[in-house]
Design a protein around this ligand. Structure first.
Ligand code: SF4
Length: 71
């Protein structure tokens, strides 16, 4: 059974720019010059879903999450 398409979103008010998420999911998240994440907006490819979940769980501020992608 395939997983539903997901997107990665960051709450900029909670993020402290530690950069952990960009280290764990570099294919999808870049750190800007201050270390804050710049996340691609499109649906995440299925092969990166586990890496995205790891980034979510590693965030020290609980500022990143995955949401269902809309069509
Ligand atoms: S791991 Fe969390 S606090 Fe750190 S840059 Fe990513 S979203 Fe922000």
């Amino acid at each position: 059974m395939s997983r539903a398409a997901i997107r990665v979103v960051v709450d900029p008010t909670a993020c402290d720019g530690y950069g952990t998420c960009a280290e764990l999911l570099p294919e999808w998240i870049e750190a800007d010059e201050w270390g804050f994440p710049v996340v691609r907006r499109e649906a995440l490819p299925a092969h990166l879903a586990d890496h995205a979940e790891r980034a979510v769980h590693a965030c020290p501020r609980m500022a990143i999450r995955t949401v269902r992608a809309r069509d």
